[in-house]
Design a protein. Sequence first.
Length: 305
Amino acid sequence: MSDTSSAGARTTPDEITAAVVERFEACGDPRLREIMQSLVRHLHAFAKEVDLSEAEWQVMIEQLTATGQITDDKRQEFILWSDTLGLSMLVDALANQLPEGATESTVLGPFYVAGSPLRDYGADIAEEEAGVPAWVHGRILSTDGEPLEAELDVWQNGDNRLYAVQDPDAPEEHLRGRFRTREDGSFAFLAVRPVPYPIPDDGPVGKMLEATGRHPWRPAHIHMIARAPGHRTVTTHIFDEESEYLDSDAVFAVKPSLLRHFEPHSADDPETPEGVEGEWVSLECDIVLTPSAEAGEPVDRGRTH
């Protein structure tokens, strides 16, 4: 009987990686080929670096499966993974290297809903009681200081720590809206003072945070998207400078330039907005957009959602 124990060389881990990378050479899309080959190299390098076991690989598969199962039209667990691993903010930073003076961007987050109602100047975005009233006002400007004809898309959570998309009892259009600026670039709306809230932590991402000694909390903020013809759209947050968790945001989105002061007012303040009873706060917040040509990006023609 012949000895077959040495017939043919053993396949090494590096050869497996090389074979997978080579398999993508036939891809006709150069960018897709670059991405897939780099993904394979880095994914394989990760597995080699940590000496990934079969049991650990199985856990990873189970968590990805659970992520797909819990994701629906109201919850995006894959985005939560991206956010909590800092990937969302990294991609945002790579895509938005804006000049000095322009409002910095942050992540969109998993609770944005397109098609918010177009509301009048100064309108209330709270369809029901949701916390301390907050008069938010400011201007949308270009980097040269000129006022812009723009649209501001805003959404936030209420004092129950939920966004409307998470709350089955809340009206669909609760705590969100779109506003058009006046000729001087000004905007204003009545919101509520945001409160810190935890990202959904009853799924795979929550298990990861607990296992690694991390918390799921986000500091208080209001989401905004500013759009203006001829200018680069910016997606950002405005953070309450007095909030908890500014130094440990679960999704790494806090930037010092986005911290703002919410000024407290008494119930008898003569400038109390119409319809407001009791104590309230005000927030002045200008947003500065970059002309598209300066940013090296296609012109935003003022598309709305």
